[in-house]
Design a protein around this ligand. Structure first.
Ligand code: GTP
Ligand code: MG
Length: 140
């Protein structure tokens, strides 16, 4: 599946106009809310808000409707000096040892939800491509 089509990006933009996934879902009929993946973007420079970010991520990870949905966690803004490292971000989001591995990892025979962290800089157009490539193997 090519996930970087214009339609796909429009849908992403539409969902992003809601403050939380809960709010988005509350306003739409369940049959219209089919989630193929979650892309969770974290500002890796805004260390003061890691706790808040962990709380939101945990809420999504424990959402009953998302238990089998792959999660791509993007640590953005790595072009800024002093942005958190991947290891630091994993630690603060409680993801150390909980991700399923980069590259091609076949999880179809397990109940494990695909989840991985990729660091990126949207401004410098780097890093997220690897993340989306990783994600696309888990989207039917
Ligand atoms: N240096 C750098 N800046 C970025 C990057 N991606 C987005 N920005 C900038 O970040 C600013 C937006 O900040 P965000 O943290 O995304 O959003 P915010 O307005 O702080 O709101 P919150 O979602 O509450 O944090 C814009 O000026 C973007 O240009 C990046 O990869 N590197
Ligand atoms: Mg911000």
């Amino acid at each position: 599946m090519n996930i970087l089509t214009e339609d796909f990006l429009l849908e992403v933009y539409y969902i992003l106009t809601y403050v939380t996934f809960r709010e988005f879902r509350a306003r739409h009929h369940p049959s219209l809310v089919q989630v193929d993946a979650v892309v969770y973007l974290v500002d890796s420079y805004d260390k003061e808000r890691f706790a808040e970010s962990k709380k939101e991520l945990d809420a999504l990870l424990s959402d009953e409707s998302l238990t089998t949905v792959p999660f791509l966690i993007l640590g953005n803004k790595i072009d800024i000096p002093y942005a958190a490292s991947e290891e630091e971000l994993r630690y603060h989001l409680g993801l150390t040892n909980f991700t399923t591995g980069k590259g091609n990892v076949n999880l179809s025979d397990s109940n494990v939800r695909p989840m991985e962290v990729f660091m990126c800089s949207i401004v410098k157009k780097m890093g997220y491509g690897d993340g989306f490539k990783w994600l696309s193997q888990y989207i039917k």
